[in-house]
Ligand binder design. Structure first.
Ligand code: TTP
Ligand code: MG
Length: 357
């Protein structure tokens, strides 16, 4: 069965947090700007959330320790995140973008997929529509974005990243293979660092090399994901643009090698879970307000407790503190614990929330 012809946009705001800060503070114009943890004169812990393109020129990137960013670029304007502001701007942008799509899917705080198949008859019209959206965001929000246009989400997503900032990249169905061929496998949505390393051992580093590889070997090495990667490398992606539910939870749990009543062991494991949950929240650009923990004793009796914070956050520090508070009653019982879990209910949108920065 041939793939139904669709036209999909992927829109991604340029250096989102720092762009919003620059808009609010014209005095930062032309300067390197970094949003993230407090650098404390180079002694700060925590990481860079994002940096503007001036700071990127000297190597300051998302996820880098803030102390390193400080060493690379001490003259940068360092700011701590103002989540309520970014969420408000995100909501305004999404309201603009949404009206141009038949089907709309927000992804994180600054990205969206649009299915515009029924609105445009060809790529020329698609280009005109993409320009219109870019213009409207620029006029109403004084911010730039990059848009990728393609026959599916995979291609559109890779295309939006192709000419950043302020880019517009169109890849027609017939051009997909040629477009993907030279790009590193990392660009495929499913390929993380570990998969990338594994592929390297098979001498695969570009999408083209992956497309030409024997799919049965890929399935052997990667299971079902191997086939998915192979299809994606051929530019095939049938996933639909679909609205996301607004509330989403993220959870991680762990079973102890041996049941334990040792508070230190439990709390240490809890910290790791909190880090994992926050990493995932960050990856998806989600914030949370509600924290829940789960405890299963050695006789399988299971308890959960939750609390709602008075602010939204994505910080591991906040999660650890709440989770630690919630688990105390179970630790005090001195009963042996078999499993613990941490869950957050995550939100992207919420205009009236307060947040700790
Ligand atoms: P991205 O769209 O990945 O990055 P960006 O918009 O800053 O830059 P680009 O021009 O390359 O698109 O993420 C959107 C926002 O999410 C970003 O401004 C800050 C936040 N973020 C983090 O907090 N931590 C991270 O590790 C990343 C990658 C992003
Ligand atoms: Mg972005």
């Amino acid at each position: 069965m041939s793939e139904k012809k669709r036209i999909i946009f992927h829109l991604d705001m340029d250096h989102f947090y720092t762009a919003v800060e620059e808009r609010e503070h014209p005095e930062y114009a032309g300067k390197p700007v970094v949003v993230g943890a407090d650098p404390k004169q180079g002694k700060g812990r925590g990481v860079v959330s994002t940096s503007n393109y001036e700071a990127r020129k000297v190597g300051v990137k998302s996820g880098m320790p803030i102390s390193r960013a400080w060493r690379l670029c001490p003259e940068a304007v360092f700011l701590q995140p103002n989540f309520p502001l970014y969420i408000r701007v995100s909501n305004e942008i999404m309201a603009i973008v949404r009206k141009y799509a038949d089907k709309f899917e927000q992804w994180g705080i600054d990205e969206a997929f649009l299915d515009v198949t029924a609105r445009v008859k060809d790529y020329a019209e698609a280009e005109a529509l993409a320009k219109k959206i870019k213009r409207e965001i620029s006029e109403k929000e004084r911010l730039t974005c990059s848009i990728g246009v393609g026959p599916n989400k995979l291609t559109a997503k890779i295309a939006s990243d192709f000419q950043k900032p302020n880019g517009l990249t169109l890849v027609k169905g017939s051009e997909v293979q040629q477009f993907l061929e030279p790009l590193p496998v990392r660009k495929l949505l499913w390929v993380g660092r570990k998969t990338e390393e594994k592929l390297k051992t098979l001498s695969i580093s570009t999408i083209g090399e992956l497309a030409r590889y024997d799919p049965s070997v890929l399935t052997e090495v990667f299971g079902a994901m191997g086939m998915q990667m192979f299809l994606n490398a051929h530019g095939i992606d049938r996933s639909e643009v679909e609205p996301r539910t607004e509330v989403k939870s993220i959870s991680h749990e762990t079973t102890f090698q041996e049941d334990t009543a040792e508070a230190d062991i439990v709390l240490e494991a809890m910290d790791v879970l909190c880090e994992e949950v926050c990493k995932e929240a960050l990856n998806q650009r989600l914030f949370f307000k509600t924290v829940a923990i789960k405890v299963r004793y050695d006789n399988f009796e299971t308890h959960t407790r939750s609390k709602t914070l008075p602010f939204m956050t994505a910080r591991a520090r906040d999660l650890k503190k709440s989770a630690k508070g919630l688990i105390q009653v179970y630790l005090q019982s001195r009963r042996k614990i078999r499993l613990i879990g941490v869950r957050v209910s995550a939100f992207v949108k919420s205009e009236k929330q307060k947040t700790l920065c």
